[in-house]
Design a protein around this ligand. Sequence first.
Ligand code: ATP
Ligand code: MG
Length: 332
Amino acid sequence: LEPVLSVDNLSVEYLTEDVSVKAVRDVSLHINAGETLGIAGESGSGKSTLALSILRYLGENGRITSGNIEYHGASILDLSSKELRALRGNEIAHVPQDPNTSLNPSMRVGDQIAEVLRTHRDISRAEAMEQTYDVLREVNIPDPERNAKQYPHELSGGQQQRVLLAIALACQPQLLILDEPTTGLDVTTQAKILDLINELIEERNTSVLLITHNLGVISRIADRVGIMYAGEILEYGSTEKIFESPANPYTQGLLASLPQGDNQRLKPIPGQIGDLTAVSDGCTFANRCEFAEPACRSGSIQMEAVRGESDHLTQCRRWEHALTNPIQADTQ
Ligand code: ATP
Ligand code: MG
């Protein structure tokens, strides 16, 4: 069966004054019908850049330097701007990371949803409004007729997130790209939004690319996961396998840094992502990795199947060692 989305060896750079930032490097992934792929990784690992590349939303200074992106087997990179407009918001919907930039502050939220519908469907204003109320109801907006007439600033952060989801879902896309859908919300609201996303995904059989640095969210919602670091995917495979037997020291470090109980101290990974303008040979995580050996600092490191399993891949010369001596959270 052909994947809904496949990304092959994608590299993306941002040109700044005098240097180029290699924000995504040689990333490959796919999403099957009805499947949710979670992408996690520290701030600056290239998650949003990856998401923006898919619908070619990269800003002026961002460019795809190599690789391919296919939707149902057809290259997105080859589409004309007209074809691209027909895809955006209709077949594939993207909810960007910052809700403030994605809602139009001077337009009633109902009109923003109706506009997306009328861009892609040949329907009257009245029909568009009916469908707008339906989709607002679906995302549990309390009073669709009244709330549709409000401006974004009149809604709470949680309601704004629901409206963004409504805009994304309005045309029933096959693929939904959600970039940190719960940032800035309190814990209770986060949980409600995540439950909603989970329900919607299951009801509609939508494929989802779910980006979050929150591994707890990924473990609850995603079927498969990609762990990103410094522009690369270092571990990729079934959520169950990656959470139960992570084989990459970076993944292990991320999991060990999760709060897991009252008596547990947080154990952050020391150091930070290095300079993305001058990427050197070998593993980019080596300078922070407690398992690193001289061999880790040279050559190009390939993805390997962990224990030969095709649904668990990792890019690490020392995965066998890491698997048998995993980094664990400090308990006391
Ligand atoms: P976060 O978790 O903080 O959202 P992220 O994983 O989404 O981080 P990106 O936003 O994709 O990371 O950024 C990846 C790298 O690209 C970072 O080093 C960032 O500074 C850089 N970057 C992102 N956007 C631009 C831009 N428009 N111009 C130059 N550099 C950029
Ligand atoms: Mg981001």
